[in-house]
Design a protein around this ligand. Structure first.
Ligand SMILES: [Zn+2]
Length: 433
């Protein structure tokens, strides 16, 4: 369990690339307040344990709800208390010769705080210093990483609504539902993630439904469709190496190959409102020109975003990888209409039909290699994330060999159209091996 947390924390705190994009616009003060709240909560946990003991004597009726809170906070603290996460993180960072980025420093300081508690003034001071050095997105990422990691590891922990998948936020916005509703998505999470129940005064500064905040959302059609993504996400509109591309010759030749080494692991699948995404446990890798990248997640588009000679395929799977430097590489496997795909059959059995939290079906294992063709010949180009915030410097490797998906399986995919249109190549070469 601790291993899972370490991996997720590492993945999130070493990235900067916004793939996990927390795209809401918020003032840095609000984010700082949230971080301060986390610190406060750890402190409060201690107080609450004391208070609970007192209240046990005073009133036995008050105790059960209070104890639940104490246990939740204890779960957070307990998960970090062995120091294994901290050691993992320190060891990983120690290997690097160059100085740590502010984001990494904050990640480290955050884990230290959760491990050592707030009793040590030096730890608290280091955390606050790291906080000042980073922007709000990084700060929020650390909190979300910790919360989501604990939730994913099966710990009973509240997840702030800001930490829910983007789609959950978008939905909340468009329905204008009260903030508490969105929290319901986050499984054991609840509205008092902000400690509101404990101290109502914080209601003012949290993001729930207040006029000062706005969750930027996006869709594949209409006013929030791809033509308008650039209004909220500048790179989507102004970027010069955006994806997807129409793949057509002449091609330039490269000599390297891509070699996946995917492993079987616990299936974790989420409907995030934009796609079906499978979050991959650590251990699956791909080597590109000999360099290792970790497989983080894979997801589906219908029809395929990439076109070959002007034509899309029925669907595409994007396998998203990240290396130690935070660079992203996407392996694309085009799906053509044909026989039933047994791998997809397993996924569709467990994938939620509508937007919601990640599901982890008990004992269901999945090997992403089951979705790959035998031949690994590819087209390659430099592109971007194909969803907001459309971050560039993402390397694409689109396999030439397609795999089957049945008509029925296509119909079962909950998104009728979730493909960004073809983007201008702007003179970018397309390579082939
Ligand atoms: Zn994709």
């Amino acid at each position: 369990m601790i291993r899972t947390i370490a991996i997720i924390l590492l993945a999130l705190s070493t990235g900067g690339a916004g793939y996990f994009g927390w795209t809401q616009k918020k003032s840095s003060t609000a984010a700082t307040a949230q971080v301060a709240e986390l610190t406060e909560k750890v402190e409060e946990a201690d107080k609450k344990i004391e208070a609970a003991a007192e209240e046990l004597a005073a009133s036995k009726e008050l105790l059960p709800p209070l104890m639940t809170k104490v246990q939740e906070l204890d779960a957070v603290k307990a998960a970090f208390s062995t120091g294994v996460v901290l050691k993992d993180l320190e060891a990983a960072y120690a290997k690097e010769k160059k100085g740590l980025s502010p984001e990494r420093q904050l990640g480290l300081a955050g884990v230290r705080l959760l491990t050592n508690g707030t009793k040590d003034p030096a730890t608290v001071e280091a955390f606050q210093k790291a906080l000042e050095m980073t922007d709000w997105k990084a700060q929020q990422k650390v909190i979300c990483a910790a919360q989501n990691a604990l939730a994913a590891a099966g710990q009973k922990v509240k997840v702030m609504s800001e930490c829910l998948p983007e789609g959950a936020e978008a939905k909340k916005d468009s329905h204008g539902a009260p903030a508490g509703k969105a929290d319901a998505h986050a499984a054991p999470a609840g509205k008092d993630a902000h400690g509101k129940d404990a101290h109502g005064k914080d209601a003012q500064k949290d993001s729930h439904g207040t006029a000062s905040t706005h969750a930027a959302h996006w869709e594949y059609q209409g006013a929030m469709g791809p033509e308008n993504w650039g209004k909220e996400f500048p790179t989507c509109g102004r970027g010069k190496s955006q994806a997807p591309l129409n793949i057509k010759g002449p091609f330039e030749k490269v000599r390297f190959n891509v070699a996946p080494d995917y492993k079987q692991g616990q299936l974790k699948v989420v409907n995030n409102g934009h796609t079906i995404q499978v979050n991959v446990p650590g251990g699956s890798k791909i080597r590109i020109d000999g360099k290792p990248f970790d497989l983080v997640q894979f997801h589906f588009h219908r029809p395929s975003e990439e076109h070959i000679d002007g034509k899309p395929s029925a669907m595409v799977i994007h396998f998203v990888h990240k290396n130690a430097e935070g660079e992203l590489a996407v392996l694309g496997v085009m799906l053509r209409e044909g026989n039933e795909n047994p791998g997809i059959k397993t996924l569709w059995t467990h994938a939620p039909k509508s937007e919601g939290p990640e599901v982890v079906p008990d004992g269901v294992m999945f090997n992403p290699a089951n979705l790959l063709p035998r031949e690994m010949d590819f087209f390659h180009y430099d592109g971007s994330l194909t969803t907001p915030p459309c971050t560039e410097k993402v390397k694409f490797y689109i396999l030439k060999t397609q795999v089957n998906v049945s008509k029925e399986q296509m119909a079962e995919f909950p998104f009728k159209m979730n493909a960004r249109p073809i983007q201008p190549a702007n003179g970018r070469p397309i390579y082939t091996n």
